[in-house]
Write a protein that binds this ligand. Sequence first.
Ligand SMILES: C[S@@+](CC[C@H](N)C(=O)[O-])C[C@H]1O[C@@H](n2cnc3c(N)ncnc32)[C@H](O)[C@@H]1O
Length: 410
Amino acid sequence: SQVLLSQQCWHERILQSVNLFTFADGYTQVVERLDGPITIPESPSTHPSLYQPDTNDDFPWTHPPICTPRLPSINSKLCIYTNTSFSNNRGISIFTTPSLALSFANLPAFKDPTVFTSNSINTPSNTWQTSHLPNRGIGMLASRPLVFKDRVTAYTPAFLAFLETDLGTAEREKYWRAAVQRLPKKTREMYEGLATLYGVESVKYQDVVKANAFQVEVRGGNHLALFPETSRFNHDCAPNAQYIIDPDLLTHFVHVTRPIKEGEEITIAYTSPLDTTSHRQSHLQNAFHFKCSCARCTSSSTDTTLATVASYQTSLNDWSPTSTASPAMAEHLLDLYRQEGLEGFMDVPYGFAALAYSGVGDEAMARKFAEKAREACLLKDARGVSQGLAIWEGMLEEGVEKHWSWRRRV
Ligand SMILES: C[S@@+](CC[C@H](N)C(=O)[O-])C[C@H]1O[C@@H](n2cnc3c(N)ncnc32)[C@H](O)[C@@H]1O
């Protein structure tokens, strides 16, 4: 059946910006309540029943979980699950529900220890180095020329936390701190050295997450994930790299979307580059406390181009007899995306080109662009769960001539 293209092939949300804490009015509460300790059992536990289910080999944790009381909104407790030997002693700490902990334990990331070495995950790629940059803290620079689809980074998180709103700031801070402090020294120190937004020591562990976390959905549970190395990518509204999170491998990958010179900064997008400049600016300011001064934010033509993009997309979605859509319009749309530096977001314009060529009965061109749309989706959708990927795979498998759009505009 006919589909309208609008959404990018993304299933995880863009870099996280939840309001975990309210400094303006919650600060007094923070200071008062941080004094109360949570009790952390010694490791290994003197109460094996605390953390060793007797019949369950899905239990890869090296410490006894530390749990909150039952939280009303999720009707479950949250516990800290740590595995210090995870991925060659990199370690991982997860603050989640007992049932989601079991789901984590059943992921290939935990079940198959070879998965990381065989996929070159958590190993140096010799493509980047960090550097202090004017007005933007630390950033990632290309250590050699890079081309489309080159892999820049592939790392697992040091820390994941279930996204909840039940805990007070101080309570949450205690659990998160305990979780991070259980990590191997090197990993913990990387976490503790990351950028913060507020620089307030009493809420440091949440501050690091607020400035650096990505959102990852594992078996329906939303988690914030902190990837230490990956946290050094700065933002650009026309980024030259695109990230993707594979929930089965618990791995964050960054790939190049257009040629990058040696020494050039490698950037990703923290906010949708298809939003208007004021929308992007306010999101970056509110969530990450900086004013974006990238080429698109300082150009006077960006919003006009975005309006043209939107009107072309409306026309290309119009399959009525009076539609003005054509392959030429779809090609123009592709040019606009490239002009704006949106090479990492091309699944929608490639898709429109595939449909527009199919609509006029050009099988070869429709196939070419369907393949490109499919490839662009895969840059953003590791497990092929988005609707977009299914559309292009369907068109390629069944044949363009069988597609609903075939010769619809002749
Ligand atoms: C995920 S961290 C990126 C790495 C960070 N620069 C560092 O020193 O660790 C996010 C923070 O970096 C800074 N940042 C990222 N992109 C920026 C940009 N385009 N311009 C200015 N600051 C930026 C902001 O302070 C933001 O809160």
